[in-house]
Design a protein around this ligand. Sequence first.
Ligand code: MUC
Ligand code: MG
Length: 373
Amino acid sequence: MTLPLIESLETLIVDLPTIRPHKLAMHTMQHQTLVILRLRCSDGIEGVGEATTIGGLAYAGESPESIKTNIDTYFAPLLVGQPAGNINAAMLRIDRSVRANTFARSAVETALLDAQGKGLGLPVAELLGGRVRDGLEVAWTLASGDTGKDIDEAERMLDLRRHRIFKLKIGSRDAALDIAHVAAIKRALGDRASVRVDVNQAWSEAVAIRACQALGDAGVDLIEQPIPRQDVQAQARVSARSPTPIMADEAIESVEDSFNLARGGAAPVFALKIAKNGGPRAVLRSAYIAEAAGIALYGGTMLEGSVGTLASAHAFATLSKLEWHTELFGPLLLTEDILVNVPVYRDFELKIPTTPGLGVELDEERLQRFCRR
Ligand code: MUC
Ligand code: MG
């Protein structure tokens, strides 16, 4: 039997409009930029991957342009000619020559899994050991910047039975204004929804200690990354004093970060993101560290398009516990999809594909239309 080899890697930068501005503490998104990877194998199979970040370099250390350059210049020469079916060996070659760059790695690992799944006739969740759920409950982020608009948007999502978990992006204004905004939304939604906040590192420890107390009093269920990512001890102190559980997000930029946060008791909940760990297999290493440390899990997003979202979904489907559910709504924030078969959201859940690989088929016409030249 001749084993298929990796023949080529092609990266495309794709700019897609968002349905409305999406306001985060560090950046307001008017569109989203995806890096799509097409990894072609000698048996004619193509694996597809995605690496997507938020706001150029505003969120993390890799930009769409650096991801493309680094895959083209450094990853591709390491992979071309290697066996397509040996993901362990391929990722080990990358480990030996590339530091960091978890977003670019994630696209590569995803594309290898997609290709392997297509070759073996297995969905990626099954390659990862098998799914223990067929769908994932998905939160929606309210981030229009306007309290009334956010309440209307949440009511619409409840009526559609699409979301009943809402994450509010705060941190760009005075904490008192943000707390009033959050409390008004929680009052309007009551027990019909779980309301959570994401501060995206915007507060100091002193502000966070008071604000977390007030958010707890307002009925908020979860507080994501209230203070900067670097200081594990400060995160542990804020966490110990908060009446509402704290979730680590930006603090995790690698599997090793997950270990250090778990060791330091920094947060009782971790946001899992394939891009921050280096792929669907890599993110499971962070998940297992958390599990062993008694830390609860949440399936996070970098607001990826459909490819990255489904890659995440396949990985999260295999976890024995996902107590805080997921926020895999990225495709719903975009006006266009680059897939022929768009992800299915129904009854508050994203359904996990059952066809081989990720279960994605690229829409060539749309890809060409939105691809940056
Ligand atoms: C983040 O910080 O969690 C996830 C949802 C959203 O609206 O922003 C992202 C990034
Ligand atoms: Mg976050």
